[in-house]
Design a binder for this molecule. Structure first.
Ligand code: IPE
Ligand code: IPE
Ligand code: MG
Length: 242
């Protein structure tokens, strides 16, 4: 695949761990553990292909509604994974950002997140955004509050507010928007993920559950992306055909 046909930024809703486990006679925690292995694989492939940014949805602001034991299992898995893998990712040049509200996340999880951030912050080979306690609406509400403060304190005027200012107050500030969104498990919805940033993303849905989404499946998605014609509201190559 040619570099110019690859997305610069891929976003993934990693869904279907629980259903995968059920389909294999296992329990939901086993599904999350298998899902974690796929995440590791997909990060490596992304890094090796030279894709600049990967944003993965790991835990939403709505996922707290799940039974307490599942939530704590996810938190424990997250802490241990970060502990085990941060060093390796650091050596591979991956820079980890956590996107989402820090408020509401337990102290042990925050500690693991801070350590992983510090270990990888100088890296340049690839940016990995891990959306954790993330919700796009709360992200936008927080941005609007910060912008309202800028107006109130006279830093900017209402008429100065533009798309760049809004983008600069989102967690993804400074990064190009995702070119490709992948969602696994057959669901075709955004579930409050990157609502602003996905405005012009190409959407790719697969029936594969996240624990089944291996390198081959990823390459298939990238191949689909390479064949898409993006027009950004214009006419693209339709223009040239006439
Ligand atoms: C995605 O898999 C992981 C998280 C949301 C944490 P699910 O846990 O949503 O799996 P399903 O959708 O119930 O199969
Ligand atoms: C979206 O999956 C969130 C993550 C993958 C972390 P969900 O499983 O929570 O989404 P819904 O509930 O099916 O919309
Ligand atoms: Mg799900």
């Amino acid at each position: 695949m040619e570099k110019e046909q690859l997305p610069r930024h891929v976003a993934i809703i990693m869904d279907g761990n629980g259903r995968w486990a059920k389909a294999h006679g296992m329990n939901r925690p086993q599904g999350h553990l298998e899902g974690a292995k796929r995440l590791e694989e997909i990060i490596k492939v992304t890094r090796n292909l030279g894709i600049e940014i990967l944003t993965v949805f790991a835990f939403s602001t709505e996922n707290w509604q799940r039974p307490q034991d599942e939530v704590s299992m996810i938190m424990r898995t997250f802490i241990s994974l970060l502990g085990q893998k941060a060093k390796e990712l650091a050596q591979k040049g991956v820079c980890i950002h956590f996107i989402g509200r820090r408020q509401g996340i337990g102290p042990e999880v925050l500690k693991a997140m801070n350590t992983a951030t510090e270990m990888t912050m100088a890296n340049k080979a690839m940016q990995l955004n891990i959306a954790f306690n993330y919700g796009a609406r709360s992200e936008m509400v927080d941005a609007f509050k910060s912008i309202a403060d800028l107006v109130r304190t006279g830093v900017i005027k209402t008429e100065d507010i533009n798309e760049d200012i809004v983008s600069n107050y989102l967690y993804t500030r400074g990064q190009p928007d995702p070119d490709l969104l992948i969602r696994t498990s057959g669901e075709q919805r955004l579930s409050n993920f990157l609502l602003w940033q996905l405005s012009y993303a190409e959407l790719y849905f697969t029936d594969k559950y996240w624990p089944e989404f291996n390198e081959d499946e990823y390459l298939k998605a990238l191949d689909h992306f390479a064949k898409r014609q993006r027009r950004w509201g214009g006419l693209g190559t339709i223009e040239n055909k006439e």
